[in-house]
Write a protein that binds this ligand. Structure first.
Ligand SMILES: Nc1nc2c(ncn2[C@@H]2O[C@H](COP(=O)(O)OP(=O)(O)O)[C@@H](O)[C@H]2O)c(=O)[nH]1
Ligand SMILES: [Mg+2]
Length: 93
C-alpha cells in the first residue's frame, strides 16, 4: 500500500494539517536519514528529498498514503544550514 504514496503538500502551520485517521511521522536529528527511510518504506527513490547537507527539510512535508492516511517528514533538530530569518519563519505550532 505504501508504494502508492504521493507528495501531498508542505505545511508550516500545524493547525492547518489535513484531517487524519492514521499517520507515520519521521522525526530525528538532521541528516540521520529520515527522508531516506520514507523513500525506502514507499519503495520510491525520489519521493522525499534527501540531501548530503543537514537541514534541507524546513517545513512539514506531507505525503498521502491513502484517504486521510499520511506519511509525514519533519525537519530535523540540531544543526541546520538556515539563516536567522528562516529560523524565525519555521514551523508554527
Ligand atoms: N551510509 C548511509 N547513508 C545514508 C543512509 N540513509 C541515508 N543516508 C545518507 O545520509 C544523508 C542524509 O539523508 P536524509 O534522508 O536526507 O536525512 P534527513 O535529514 O534525516 O532527512 C544522505 O546523503 C543520504 O544519502 C544509510 O542507511 N547509510
Ligand atoms: Mg529530510
Amino acid at each position: 500500500m505504501l508504494k502508492k504514496t504521493v507528495f501531498f503538500r508542505m505545511e508550516s502551520n500545524v493547525k492547518l494539517l489535513p484531517q487524519s485517521i492514521a499517520e507515520i511521522i519521521l522525526s530525528g536529528r538532521s541528516n540521520v536519514g529520515k527522508s531516506s527511510v520514507i523513500n525506502a518504506l514507499c519503495s520510491q527513490k525520489n519521493l522525499a528529498r534527501t540531501s548530503k547537507k543537514p537541514g534541507r527539510t524546513r517545513s512539514i512535508n506531507v505525503y498521502s498514503v491513502a484517504m486521510k492516511k499520511w506519511m509525514i517528514d519533519l525537519p530535523g533538530y540540531g544543526f541546520a544550514r538556515v539563516s536567522f530569518e528562516e529560523k524565525k519563519n519555521g514551523i508554527k505550532w
